[in-house]
Ligand binder design. Structure first.
Ligand SMILES: [Zn+2]
Ligand SMILES: [Zn+2]
Length: 83
């Protein structure tokens, strides 16, 4: 099951479980769509994997399967991908 992390690892933008702007990799490193697209060019900076849109968990399921509240943030931020 996905953790549904609450923020972007790059810019700390809030990404609530119903957000359609959350992008994740296979390890669930989590980024907002702006960072994933403009800064990271669709590749996870932690593992090199593909970033895809995180599926929205239906509201009714969040009660039983709540989203993570543990914020994960890259201390050094995200540098634009080298060309
Ligand atoms: Zn971001
Ligand atoms: Zn990753």
């Amino acid at each position: 099951m996905l953790e549904l992390r609450p923020n972007c690892e790059c810019c700390d933008k809030d990404l609530p479980p119903e957000s359609r702007e959350a992008m994740i990799c296979t390890f669930e490193c989590t980024f907002c769509v702006e960072c994933a697209t403009d800064v990271l060019a669709g590749t996870c900076p932690n593992c090199g994997g593909e970033l895809v849109r995180r599926p929205v968990r239906p509201l009714g399921k969040l009660e039983k399967y709540p989203a993570s509240t543990k914020r994960v943030l890259k201390a050094e931020g995200c540098a634009p991908k080298a060309a």
